[in-house]
Design a binder for this molecule. Sequence first.
Ligand SMILES: [Zn+2]
Length: 279
Amino acid sequence: MNNTSDKKRQVRMITFFHDIEQNSELNVEPNTCRQVVNGFLALEKKYNVPATYNVVGKLFGQQPDLIKQIIDAGQEVAFHSYNHQPDWNPKYYADEIHLCRRVSNSPRGYRSPRAQWNQNTLKTLWELGFLWSAEDDVRDEPYFIYEGLVRLPISGDDWPLYVGHITVDGWLESFANFMKTRRYVAFGTHDFVFCHSMEERMCVYESILKMAVENQARLVTFSKAADLFRCGEFPNDGSLDTISSHENSHKNRLPMYLVNIGRRLLKPFRSFSKKILFR
Ligand SMILES: [Zn+2]
């Protein structure tokens, strides 16, 4: 890798996040999930790391002390649906966001269960005053996905750990790799995943926080990342213009007429290379 691409891919920002859903779907002990939250908050305080807690909306009413605890610790609270239904599907998407807004006007962001969402999700979020949406995405840097709603792409979470696809060492390594290859890293955990082997997993989470701090990455909540994006923190570097799966993705990047001119210029070369390579 040469110096230019090193500079281009250098990590500028990391968001640590937690999806807090207790026993919404799985048979875990809510009190153990609360201990996990205590553990996350203690480590983040120790290393002075900001984080965003995406909490299932119904917990705002059922356990207001949990919400207060997170906010009092100086961390951000956002939503992770209202009920987190086991059969999460499009018929719930908009209603769940409305239910969340009814319980609190404060959160500025939202993350869908199973990273499953649609255009209606984005429209409802924007109409109800949300400013960011954090989901798995083909892109790896923030962008405007719908009107002024900022998409914050997720790099990875602890799901592979939960299903046994990787060990804790592999999980740590995956975080190190994201740090090397991305300008924006959003890395997350679930309360219920850490209910299992809590001590070992907290230990690795501590190593991850240490690594982020030692590498002098800029550590921000999701809301701060979205604000910095709006202020031009992620200028177009030309590496993402070929991805067109999201219709609004051109905003804040190259003006569309320039992208179209580029596409038209490239067209003869594309059809030529297709003829050569795929006949
Ligand atoms: Zn979830």
